[in-house]
Design a protein around this ligand. Structure first.
Ligand code: SF4
Length: 268
């Protein structure tokens, strides 16, 4: 399927030039939890940082691990099933465990009042495990130069996994696959495992509204959709975006700083 698949689009939100934004990547949406302003700029096409040496090492380790293991017969079947849903859309670069899907993404329509207003897309997950009875574990690898799992980045990574989960459910459930958990694996720059975090599913009302101690580690469809809706609402009203903790601004790339309405105030 080519880009014509994306018809009848109103908008996810409007950019500063009043242009409708129709497609957003999972990673951009998830980065809202690190800095809402940076995510808003990224969603309008502001280029991410130029890759530095540490990022390149991280990407190499990440790719090597996600493609290293050999797939079981049922995992190959899972891959064949999912590959039919990849569509060609210009959504920048991205890594994935799936071969021959370059330049393609998996997408799920975002609806408002029953009408499709845009698409949330991903190049695919890093890795997965599938059992013979079609139970699926989603896996995401993150490399870091820190010696511990940093909570500031954890919220972003966990939401990214929940968005993969949200996109995949309709594509998998029609043939009996069931996502049973998502696993976030942190690696150091040598490729050694630092630790991992597990997300489980709980569709009870308890998790739909408020924040609970363990809700970072729970996938709840209503809660995920509320979070997505709130992010688009914030992007529609950028004057209400809240700048993050100061240290994030000091480490922010110039590409964002020069367009960020808060950079001067926050850093003065
Ligand atoms: S300068 Fe600060 S507020 Fe602005 S995009 Fe960067 S991290 Fe976010």
């Amino acid at each position: 399927m080519e880009k014509s698949y994306f018809f009848n689009i109103f908008k996810l939100f409007r950019s500063t030039e009043n242009k409708p934004v129709e497609v957003i990547r999972v990673s951009t949406l998830a980065s809202y939890w690190y800095c809402s302003v940076k995510a808003w700029l990224q969603a309008q096409g502001v280029e991410p940082e130029i890759e530095n040496e540490a990022t390149e090492i991280g990407t190499k380790i990440h790719n090597a691990i996600s493609k290293a293991r050999s797939l079981s017969e049922w995992e190959k079947e899972f891959e064949r099933h999912l590959k039919q849903f990849f569509i060609k859309v210009d959504a920048g670069k991205g890594t994935t465990a799936f071969n021959e899907t370059e330049g393609k993404v998996l997408a799920r329509a975002w609806k408002r009042n029953g009408e499709t207003v845009g698409y949330i897309v991903t190049h695919g997950l890093d890795d997965y495990e599938v059992s013979p009875n079609r139970e699926v574990t989603l896996i995401e690898y993150k490399t870091t130069n820190q010696r511990y799992i940093d909570n500031y980045k954890l919220s972003t990574a966990l939401f990214q996994l929940k968005l993969y989960w949200w996109i995949l459910v309709p594509l998998l459930s029609q043939v009996g696959y069931r996502i049973v958990q998502a696993r976030l694996v942190y690696l150091n720059r040598k490729g050694e495992i630092l630790g991992e975090k597990i997300i489980r599913q709980d569709e009870s009302q308890y998790y739909e509204n408020e924040n609970y101690k363990d809700d970072w580690f729970v996938y709840n469809t209503v809660k995920v959709e509320k979070d997505i809706a709130n992010i688009f609402l914030a992007f529609e009203n950028p004057d209400k975006l809240i700048p993050p903790a100061k240290f994030k601004c000091f480490n922010c790339s110039d590409a964002y700083k020069k367009r960020c309405p808060f950079a001067k105030t926050v850093m003065s």
